[in-house]
Design a protein around this ligand. Structure first.
Ligand SMILES: *[C@@H]1O[C@H](CO)[C@@H](O)[C@H](O)[C@H]1NC(C)=O
Ligand SMILES: *[C@@H]1O[C@H](CO)[C@@H](O)[C@H](O)[C@H]1NC(C)=O
Ligand SMILES: *[C@@H]1O[C@H](CO)[C@@H](O)[C@H](O)[C@H]1NC(C)=O
Length: 474
């Protein structure tokens, strides 16, 4: 017999029989085969799903709560999907998305429960990781300079409780924190927006209420080119065991301006706004709706009784795109992707604009318009992702009980201040009330590090960067 999966096998040395060659020929010409090799990418770690698998021959069935890979299906070629590390849906763009040797591996276990909020700090080459753990106010810190990076726990001063999202901007880490507790650390602690200096560990609260109401469950955030913090506020932190209070206000997406203090709603149409990220040019905002994960919001039920989120497969688990106007208003909400497994959670954009979204037991890679290109498969539920490392070529994936690192063909955007040392010249002039400086960077440094040709920016006396170009990050 010859193998129908032509991995370099020893049968080739024996010389394949005529029947074997015919079978192989038939296999090669079988356009209906559902799952196949992906060019020269390593098989069966990487598999291509033909025509998105939208025609499954014969009998097949997927139960509501099941994963895609557990679909029962007659086609024998589907068997390799179970253990594949990468599923490719767009074979033409597979190389661009995955590179020539994609890899992913689990790095270390973490406390079970929703480990979340990974953020890369370029100043210290560390990855910080938050999470929702009842009563625990520490974060994980991973020194990426190690050969085999391992986490240590560190507590900020004052502590930040239940960091659900974190982003680096201009030397500080901004946090959307979901914890609410009247007695924690000897005083009331409220969900909201916090920030800290990753070098000193000193933190401060930025926004903790909406006209006196507690924020429900600050979940995830991104920061625009003028330093404004856009964050999602669903209702679920009580179900995650980190908030004693029932929700008071509708789920919404907010824009917080650290300069003026203004906190205003930008969207109130999503039942469970969750992961949030801007496109590289800042003109599109992506927000995941996780409504298929259902919580108990009855104010008469305590957080202990409320219980964990339940999964409802007919609920919304869609990523939406919005246009962002120059005034910072959201327009043209449109669904771009419904996650193939569980719910889409934390997201990042790559420097080429592709969207990388954690979703159930894996991470989906979409193009800027939402076309599904590929999926990284995992053995744990992913909650969030972050591009890290000096070249932003390490994709860290955090989730329930585990943290993994992948190397694919995409790199992340370069955040602010990391390039401060590379300034070539700074020129100042006054424009109205603002003192504006032009800052230009060495173009070689820029192209090596993912700036893709953008090299001149302006900033204001407030320290928030503005760009004449398409870039959000300096
Ligand atoms: C609130 O804090 C107390 C410690 O003061 C802790 O025992 C309790 O588990 C916390 N509850 C929640 C929901 O955060
Ligand atoms: C909560 O309890 C109060 C007092 O018993 C009652 O008036 C109210 O209707 C209850 N709310 C809900 C949502 O059941
Ligand atoms: C599941 O979600 C659908 C759509 O939102 C809703 O109609 C249905 O009531 C939900 N079921 C449960 C049990 O929450």
């Amino acid at each position: 017999m010859c193998s129908l999966l032509p991995h370099r096998s020893t049968t080739m040395h024996w010389g394949p029989s005529l029947a074997c060659m015919l079978a192989l020929l038939a296999w090669l010409s079988d356009a209906g085969r559902l799952v196949d090799r992906c060019g020269d990418l390593q098989f069966p770690d990487v598999v291509c799903i033909d025509r998105y698998g939208t025609y499954m021959p014969g009998v097949f069935k997927r139960e509501p709560s099941d994963t895609y890979r557990s679909t029962s299906i007659q086609d024998p070629s589907f068997a390799v999907v179970k253990n594949a590390k990468f599923l490719v849906f767009d074979s033409e763009r597979a190389r661009g998305v995955l590179g020539s040797q994609p890899s992913v591996r689990n790095m270390f276990p973490v406390d079970d429960g929703a480990t979340d909020a990974p953020v890369y700090v370029p100043d210290t080459n560390e990855l910080w990781i938050g999470g929702l753990r009842t009563g625990d106010t520490s974060q994980y810190v991973v020194d990426l300079g190690q050969d085999n990076p391992q986490p240590q726990k560190r507590t900020l001063s004052p502590p930040i409780y239940a960091a659900n999202g974190m982003r680096y901007h201009s030397g500080r880490v901004w946090v959307s924190a979901a914890g609410g507790n009247d007695t924690l650390q000897g005083g009331p602690y409220h969900p909201g927006i916090y920030s800290f200096d990753p070098k000193t560990g000193n933190s401060k609260v930025e926004a903790n209420n909406y006209y006196g109401w507690f924020i429900n469950s600050a979940n995830d955030l991104d920061i625009d080119s003028s330093g404004r913090v856009w964050f999602t506020d669903p209702l679920h932190s009580r179900n995650m065991g980190v908030n004693e209070n029932a929700p008071f206000i509708q789920p919404a997406v907010y824009r917080y301006n650290p300069g003026s203090g203004e906190l205003r709603v930008v969207d109130d149409t999503l039942e469970f706004p969750n992961g949030i990220t801007f496109s590289p040019d800042g003109k599109t905002l992506y927000v995941a709706n996780t409504a298929a994960a259902v919580g108990n919001t009855d104010p008469n039920i305590s957080w202990e009784e409320a219980g964990p989120l339940k999964y409802n497969s007919t609920g919304k688990r869609t990523i939406y795109a919005f246009d962002v106007t120059s005034d910072g208003i959201l327009q043209n909400r449109r669904p771009i992707y419904t996650s193939m497994d569980y719910v889409a959670d934390g997201m990042r954009v790559a420097s080429n604009g592709y969207l990388v979204a954690s979703a159930g037991y894996g991470v989906d890679i979409l193009d800027a318009g939402g076309s599904h290109l590929a999926r990284i498969q995992l053995d744990f539920i992913a909650t969030n992702v972050e591009f890290a490392g000096p070249r932003r070529d390490e994709l860290w994936i955090v989730g329930h009980g585990q943290v993994a690192r992948a190397y694919i063909g995409l790199t992340g955007l370069m955040p602010s201040t990391g390039a401060a040392k590379q300034r070539l010249h700074v020129q100042g002039h006054t424009h109205g009330q603002e003192h504006i400086r032009s800052i230009c960077y060495d173009p070689n440094y820029i192209s090596n590090s993912g700036y893709y040709g953008l090299n001149c920016f302006r900033d204001t006396v407030h320290g928030y960067y503005r760009s004449d170009d398409e870039a959000r990050y300096v």
